[in-house]
Design a protein around this ligand. Structure first.
Ligand code: ADP
Length: 450
């Protein structure tokens, strides 16, 4: 059994992992950059060690520093959280070579899912519907135009190594397509060091529904229901919930089966998520597989009663899951509180939080690393907190969440809590009509995200 875990991450997810370790009697070891010296994860962990300057490339993405930290502190395992090195196959391989357990899938499963274009092909071969598009990477704008003539516009050019909404461009005609291919490819090269792009038909009114799975190293795969994440800004999620108000029971069971097929196709183990687009006609299409714990995992925990981080650690230790089905009960919705100003096109708002109030009350869970006096550094993702409400039904979860978001105070730093409160109270959200265009209705004219 693992007794000492180094957490190669920061912010709320590092705190979340520390809590799981504490419950399991495992010693938690935090790493922090110079910008995070006074951060909560460094304070709460049993042990902590500085891994370098603020820039992510010199600290949280710096593999030699992190491996050295693990060796110095005698860590037996590393939990990568999400983002940073969580889906880096090279890092997973190095951990294994250094005799450190990587808490996540195997390096080859990370590669299988990380190459989005190859993953799409593998999942398609396993009989799961994918969005019409190119077969594999496209080699030239001429080839892209040829494919476009067959499937029609609008099209989405996507980076095969992409993530976090980066390296994606919409094209409505041939001239725009040429430009989009160049732009997406350049963006992918600079962000991910890989210029490969592929094409997908852009499904205009599609909703984002994803399935959480857990797969142990003994061949068992369990699904834990779906999450709907259709409310996004710049292709990044803002509000997520489970169950999806869009799915019928029969669609749900089809989607869960498709997720298992996708996981098998890429030989996946540990916690993972199969993402689908759900069209207005009820058809769904696989888009990608995320080989990590997701930001929005708490909504699944709230309705299943399963601690996903704990399960990740157990699976990585080689333990069998020990169950084959999970019962989902009630409804849960999460709103992300970013240090951003929604009135100014979600401009980051780093700085010192002079006074902070974190909401609470029945059915409310807040995953955060904030405290009064904390300085939100400008170097990292601006996620400050996740407010998660649970209710016996969707209505109760909405009531609880909107009240909690009203309470959220971060004096000195702008946040997205009020915007999320207005959205979940709005008629469209209440009706469950969650198209990707919903957010626009809540933004000032000059800051629409399209
Ligand atoms: P990333 O890995 O960067 O998050 P995804 O492939 O998961 O990229 O896409 C992010 C979001 O973009 C999806 O949740 C969805 O809302 C939107 N999207 C992706 N593919 C399509 C598509 N083919 N048609 C319409 N929207 C899409």
């Amino acid at each position: 059994m693992i007794r000492r875990i180094l957490i190669a991450n920061r912010g709320e997810i590092a705190v979340r992992i520390i809590r799981a370790c504490r419950e399991m009697g495992i010693t938690s070891i935090a790493v922090y950059s110079e910008a995070d010296k006074n951060s909560l994860h460094a304070m709460l962990a049993d042990e902590c060690i500085c891994i370098g300057p603020p820039e992510p490339s010199k600290s949280y993405l710096n593999i030699p520093s992190i491996i050295a930290a693990a060796e110095i502190t005698d860590a037996q395992a590393i939990h990568p959280g999400y983002g940073f090195l969580s889906e880096n196959a090279k890092f997973a391989t190095i951990c294994r070579e250094c005799n450190i357990t990587f808490i996540g899938p195997s390096a080859s499963a990370i590669s299988n899912s990380g190459d989005k274009s190859a993953c799409r092909e593998a999942v398609k071969r396993a009989g799961v519907p994918t969005v019409p598009g190119s077969e594999g990477l496209i080699r030239s704008s001429a080839e892209a135009a040829e494919i476009a003539r067959k499937i029609g516009y609008p099209l989405l050019v996507k980076a095969s190594a992409g993530g976090g909404g980066k390296g994606m461009r919409i094209a409505h005609n041939e001239a725009a397509l040429k430009h989009a291919v160049t732009m997406a490819s350049n963006e992918a090269e600079s962000a991910f060091g890989d210029p490969g792009v592929y094409l997908e038909k852009f499904l205009e009114k599609a909703r984002h529904v994803e399935v959480q799975i857990l797969a142990d190293e003994h061949g068992r795969i369990v699904t834990l229901g779906e999450r709907e994440c259709s409310i996004q800004r710049r292709h990044q999620k803002l509000i997520e919930e489970t169950p999806s108000p869009a799915l019928t029971n029969s669609q749900r069971s089809k989607m869960l089966r498709a997720a298992v097929r996708a996981a098998k196709a890429i030989k996946y183990t540990n916690a993972g998520t199969a993402e689908f687009l759900l069209g207005p006609d009820g058809q769904f299409y696989f888009i990608e597989f995320n080989a990590r714990i997701q930001v929005e995992h708490p909504v699944t925990e709230e309705v299943t009663g399963i601690d996903l981080v704990r399960e990740q650690i157990r699976v990585a230790s080689g333990e069998p899951l020990g169950y084959s089905a999970v019962k989902n009960q009630g409804h849960s919705i999460e709103a992300r509180v970013y240090a951003e100003n929604p009135e100014m096109n979600f401009m980051p708002s780093p700085g010192i939080i002079r006074r902070c109030h974190i909401p609470g009350g029945p059915g409310i869970r807040v995953d955060t690393h904030l405290f009064s006096g904390y300085e939100v550094p400008r170097y990292y993702d601006s996620l400050m907190a996740k407010v998660i409400a649970r209710g016996k039904d969707r209505e109760e979860a909405i009531q609880r969440l909107s009240g909690a978001l009203d309470e959220f105070i971060t004096e000195g730093v702008e946040n997205t809590a009020r915007l999320c409160a207005r959205i979940v109270r709005g008629d469209r959200f209440r009706r469950g009509d969650l198209g990707p265009d919903l957010l626009e209705e809540y933004l000032p004219m000059n800051t629409k995200t399209a």
